[in-house]
Design a protein around this ligand. Structure first.
Ligand code: ADP
Ligand code: MG
Length: 284
């Protein structure tokens, strides 16, 4: 569904600077939930902007749902299918009433009135913001604003949503709301999700993690596999989910802690089991 072949890109007016994307090869199937990780400047946002032709390849090729992003005649079709959510929820609000904000993109597409009503209501229900449809967006919490932004994209009925650090400016409950929404869109509607984040606990929720560094893909695999590579991630300036780090540090000290643990609940289970197996603690 998304195929980058030797995709290279550098920003103009920045001679001598290293390319932002270097011969990138990425294949993403329809319906996948992919997290993209990498420290600042690794090329994540540049790649995201290639996906709906805000930027286009300098060399190589990018096809998204069969559309070559360099084909100027197909940009409109491409953008209907690939929605983008950005970091700052305030920059994405265009109207003074929630439902008008969600309808905004559809007005530009020339969708008939009845159809627009149906799509806006459905999108707001999906992100659980229907009760707020007549509210003023600027009074909502950050998490609610991002859900309204997601509803605006959903109303366009895209095949893919690209989220570029959508939770970076949110508090923990806002982050959780957005992640829950995104996960559900992927599971229930089969929408392909490309989720760029620097929160490892969010990456753990993806089916696949792609790690970028210096405009290149340096790791690509399921979260359990990626987060087992603790030293490599640290060398790239990235964190490891706390549960994975604890298990890793225990293994380093010769304790037989299992691999592949990424979340706190299984981590607690594993530690309880280790104690029980050794019979050294009062475990009921
Ligand atoms: P990330 O999203 O992973 O932080 P970016 O894709 O924003 O990385 O940046 C990749 C590289 O491109 C960095 O070296 C960055 O400085 C450079 N870059 C990003 N945006 C621009 C721009 N508008 N003009 C010039 N250079 C840019
Ligand atoms: Mg970025």
């Amino acid at each position: 569904m998304i195929k980058a072949e030797n995709l290279s890109f550098s920003y103009r007016g920045d001679e001598g600077a290293a390319a932002a994307l270097k011969k990138l090869n990425i294949d993403i199937a329809g319906g996948e939930f992919v997290a993209i990780l990498g420290h600042n400047g690794s090329g994540k946002s540049t790649f995201a902007k290639q996906l709906n032709a805000i930027l286009t390849p300098e060399e190589g090729r990018l096809t998204v749902f069969g559309i070559d992003t360099s084909d100027e005649g197909s940009v409109f079709e491409l953008r209907k299918n690939v929605g983008m959510v950005f970091q700052n929820p305030d920059n994405q609000i265009v109207a003074t009433v929630v439902e008008e904000d969600v309808a905004f993109g559809l007005e530009n597409l020339g969708v008939p009135r009845d159809e627009m009503r149906r799509r806006v209501d459905e999108a707001l229900k999906t992100v659980r913001m229907y009760d707020y449809r007549l509210h003023a967006p600027h009074l909502l919490s950050g998490g609610q604003k991002q859900r309204v932004a997601i509803a605006g994209i959903l109303a366009m009925e895209p095949k893919c949503i690209v989220l570029d650090e959508p939770t970076a400016m949110l508090d923990p409950s806002g982050r959780a709301e957005v992640m829950e929404t995104v996960r559900r869109l992927n599971r229930e509607k089969g929408i392909t999700i490309i989720h760029i984040t620097h929160y490892m606990d969010e990456a753990v929720k993806a089916d696949r993690c792609i790690v970028m560094d210096g405009g290149e893909v340096v790791m690509d695999g399921p979260p359990a596999e990626i987060f087992a590579r603790v030293e490599e991630l640290r060398a790239l300036g990235l964190d490891v989910p706390q549960a994975a780090e604890l298990m890793y540090e225990l293994r380093k000290r010769g304790i037989d802690a299992p691999e592949g643990i990424l979340r706190s609940a299984p981590c607690v289970e594993a530690i309880a089991k280790m104690y029980k197996d050794r019979g050294t603690a009062n475990v009921r």
